[in-house]
Structures are given as structure tokens and as C-alpha cells.
Design a protein around this ligand. Sequence first.
Ligand code: HEM
Length: 144
Amino acid sequence: APAPQGEEAVAPYRVDPANAGAKPFSGDRMARQFGGQPGIRRIVDSFVTSNFADPHIGEIFKNQDAVRLRRVIFEQFCYILNAGCTYTGRDMRTAHTNMGVQQADMNRLVENLQRAMATERVPFAAQNRFLAKLAPMRSAVVQR
Ligand code: HEM
């Protein structure tokens, strides 16, 4: 299949929502606390922008496909928050392989996400519930 508009082609992979790396929340409470799809969209845009601009981890993002990242991270967050999306991206291990991501990089990225969620006025408890869903992905992302 051709790459979506504005994106670079990637090597073929099997599409499976389980690639998102976490089971979705049930019910619509989390989705509402994140402001639905418009809120999630704003959080992801600001999160991705801050990661590329970050003085510590920006180097890892440089030369990566920001258009694709915005799309699939939106899908992943929307899917996990049960806000009405499916995830079509790669699994977390494949996406981060040979990238040399360290625990400090992960901490930095989480801080950028926290700032994006706070700006969108996501309640603190809901922020932490979402971060707890992402936490187990650490072993697939961080290289040791
Ligand atoms: C729980 C933490 C994380 C989540 C949920 C996450 C999520 C994702 C997703 C969904 C993708 C896109 C997969 C695809 O293109 O099919 C991706 C790619 C990427 N991630 Fe992460 N990520 C995490 C941690 C990190 C960290 C800590 C870094 C570096 C500091 C990082 C750097 C990147 C880069 C550079 C790409 C682009 C790879 C490429 O296009 O080949 N990620 N991530």
C-alpha cells in the first residue's frame, strides 16, 4: 500500500491494534477527561513538537517522519483512551529498535507528555492512569 499523504514509506508490517502495546480503557470516562479526539489531537501535536525541539532527546527524533509520528501516536493514544480509534502503527519494540533510547530519555519524554496533558487540563489522576498504561512499554523502548 502507498504511504499516506505526506508520509515516507516504511517497510511492510502486519497491522494489529495489539501493536499499540496496551489494552484500551473501558467506558468513555478517560476519553472525556482528555477532551475527546480534539483534546487528544492537541496533546499529541504539542507532545510531538516538544520531543523534536527537546535539547536532550531532540537528536533522536531529528530526521524521523514527524507526519507519520503525529498520525500514529494520535491513533495509539486515542485507541488506548477508548476515544474511538484503532491503531495501525508498528509494535513498540520494532518502532524503537536500535535507537539507543536510555531510561533518562524515557523520563524526558514522559515529562514532555505530562506538560502537554497539563496544558490541556487533563485531571491529574487521569494523567497518572494513562502514564501507568504506558509504563510497561519501557522494556520494549529502552535499550539495555
Ligand atoms: C511509552 C513510551 C513511548 C511510546 C508510547 C512511544 C510510541 C511510539 C509510536 C506509536 C511510534 C510510531 C510507530 C510507527 O511508526 O509505526 C514511535 C516511534 C518513535 N519513537 Fe517512540 N514511544 C515511546 C518512547 C520513546 C522514547 C523514550 C523515544 C526517544 C527519546 C522515542 C522515540 C521515537 C522515535 C524517534 C520514533 C520514530 C521511529 C521511526 O520513524 O522509525 N519513543 N514511538
